[in-house]
Design a protein around this ligand. Sequence first.
Ligand code: SF4
Length: 407
Amino acid sequence: MRASKSFRLHIGIFGRRNAGKSSILNAITSQEVSIVSEIAGTTTDPVEKPMELLPLGPVLFIDTAGIDDSGALGEKRIQKTMQVFDRTELGLIIAKADEWGDFEETILKELKDRDIPVIVVFNKCDLAPSINCLSKSFSGEKIPVVETSALTGFGIQELRQAILKYAPDDFINRPSIVSDLVGPGEMAVLVVPIDKEAPKGRLILPQVNTIRDLLDADSFCVVVKERELREVFTRFTKPPKLVVTDSQAFLKVAADTPHEIPLTSFSILFARYQGDLSEMVKGAMAIDKLKSGDKVLIAEACSHHPIGEDIGTVKIPRWLTQYVGGKLDFTFHRGHDFPENLSEFKLIIHCGACMWNRREMLSRLMRARMAGVPLTNYGLTIAYSLGIFERALQPFPAALEVYQTLP
Ligand code: SF4
């Protein structure tokens, strides 16, 4: 089974049309993955190529369209490319050997403003042998530079090495999902409802990733549906270290789990793993300020087809409406698109973003912060509106403190 996108280092490839971005990607991956043409601007949507880059592990190259496009199609390409910045963890700027200018400086600035490590790649060096690109400096800053020719293969190995060297530390030392809460030899109970909203024949990604994280840490788990949970507790000679439930079963699981056993949800684990739990706790507390008529944005990272009582479009709106005691004005968004004008919303409620890398979720948090709009996630919203917020935060002392100390 392939590593999910969320585990891959996202490498954005930026540059002018026809600087050779697609050819560089093909040379690194040794495959024909993008449309390569002599006609400038052949690549339209960003093209994603997953691969294993050892010893780093799984990476995802995102080959962007040129953002120096003009015209209606160009506008769309530019918009798509700008979204790529939101999920890029390492940026490659591809330029022709004799073509560094304001355009490349703009990309460099965008990456640097976002604290994204960057490698400058001067491509097509075989066409300008007299230019020494390696001696270039960038506004007096030390930026790693590699010279390549995608056509001849020159410099491609050096570029691979540079990627390994400049991969960001927070990718290599990612926070764990749950293994810091359940140590080696300890047990977690995972509660997984199998109802008509559950996908046929498989578990969903947050559940699978949590199991894998526990196994990696030499911990173990019992996976159970909510109906059998009570029975399972009677079989243990020692209580589990943690119970993790699907947020939709929170109330029943909270009722059936002895109070001394810590309890949280997959979604709350992912608020911490993919985003910033303390900030999202503050976001959930904004639920108390909501009043009838307020606009609430509900955003999901992936574009699954809603089935039955869908969590995002049916259950959360229902629970929130009951909690607020009035009609709220909900807007729903899926995928990488996000409304330009966030300030019209009083609250943003996001899914666990299990399909994304952490950088993209953090970019959304930053945009919400800049617009002055609180952002929280599904699990926190459900726990808050059902009155079990404090219990769901018990395993996370720092986040619990935020809740207990905020006015
Ligand atoms: S909606 Fe969000 S949390 Fe649910 S599967 Fe999609 S990305 Fe993951």
